[in-house]
Design a protein around this ligand. Structure first.
Ligand SMILES: C[S@@+](CC[C@H](N)C(=O)[O-])C[C@H]1O[C@@H](n2cnc3c(N)ncnc32)[C@H](O)[C@@H]1O
Length: 259
């Protein structure tokens, strides 16, 4: 990577500084077009999809794209995660099934917590295998999608989703969102979240306190990711790197402690 590209990537991916630099830059250079939300009706002639229930989900998914976040994936029909609804795949930027295939974890009967769960795609994909799953995210639009998809697909008997802000909420309150009063879960996902939050060290600490297995994906500049990975390594005794995802923009790994 050239020096200029490295500096740009460092500034862009450094929490707070990145946001500030973007604001200043946008004073001079217009940004990408803002996503304009259109709600489609359920009547046959105005639907994007054949079924009113699917149209409800599509409307909620489209509404998440108004967040303006770079991961809102507005070019994709589903947004961030590809989702299977009523037997058809709605394509998103990332495919949870492919991602899960890369992990050598037997999820059968496990209790899984997904911190920064987005539209819940990882947990919806694991539904058949796990004991239960809880997803938390700070964006209410995403949690609304998770609730609706959970209800519509009948997966809400095992999966629940809550609004939770890593930077503003007490981290241990997550324990009160679990479907049973337990102090540990079997696996936590913390995937491509850390560069977006200030309290990333503290949330990794919580993961280590409540779960022997952390599936972690680093994100941000190479330096930022190195810091995240070092912190994970300081909290878990074994860290298995899964092959590099997305040309080093993110790295997937499984961290383990003795249960
Ligand atoms: C790049 S997406 C990754 C989504 C998901 N973890 C995955 O990789 O499949 C980042 C996620 O972090 C969530 N997020 C960002 N800031 C957060 C915060 N302060 N508290 C909780 N979630 C946050 C976003 O809403 C978004 O769903």
């Amino acid at each position: 990577m050239s020096a200029i590209k490295r500096i740009k990537s460092f500034v862009k991916n450094t929490p707070l500084i990145g946001k500030l630099a973007e604001k200043v830059y946008r004073q001079f250079v217009p940004g990408p077009e803002k996503y304009i939300f259109t709600r489609f009706g359920w009547e046959k002639e105005s639907q994007e999809s054949g079924k009113p229930e699917v149209q409800q989900i599509l409307n909620l998914l489209n509404y998440t794209k108004t967040s303006g976040a770079s991961y809102a994936a507005k070019k994709y029909p589903a947004g961030y995660h590809s989702l299977e609804i009523e037997g058809s795949i709605i394509k998103g930027q990332r495919d949870p099934f492919n991602r899960l295939k890369r992990l050598e974890i037997d999820f059968a009967g496990l209790r899984v917590l997904d911190i920064g769960c987005n539209q819940g795609g990882m947990l919806f994909s694991l539904y058949d295998r796990i004991k239960w799953g809880v997803g938390v995210d700070y964006d209410y639009r995403l949690i609304n999608c998770c609730s609706k998809i959970g209800y519509q697909t009948g997966k809400n008997n095992k999966l629940s989703f809550y609004s939770f802000n890593i930077d503003h909420d007490p981290h241990e309150i997550i324990l009160d969102m679990l479907p049973e009063p337990v102090k540990k879960v079997d696996v936590v996902f913390l995937l491509a979240v850390c560069m977006w939050v200030e309290k990333w060290r503290e949330i990794i600490d919580l993961c280590a306190a409540i779960s022997p297995v952390l599936v972690f994906e680093s994100n941000g500049s190479p330096e930022v990711q190195a810091g995240q990975i070092a912190h994970v390594k300081s909290r878990y005794s074994e860290v298995e790197m899964i092959e590099d995802s997305n040309n080093g923009n993110r790295q997937l790994m499984v961290a383990r402690n003795d249960p």
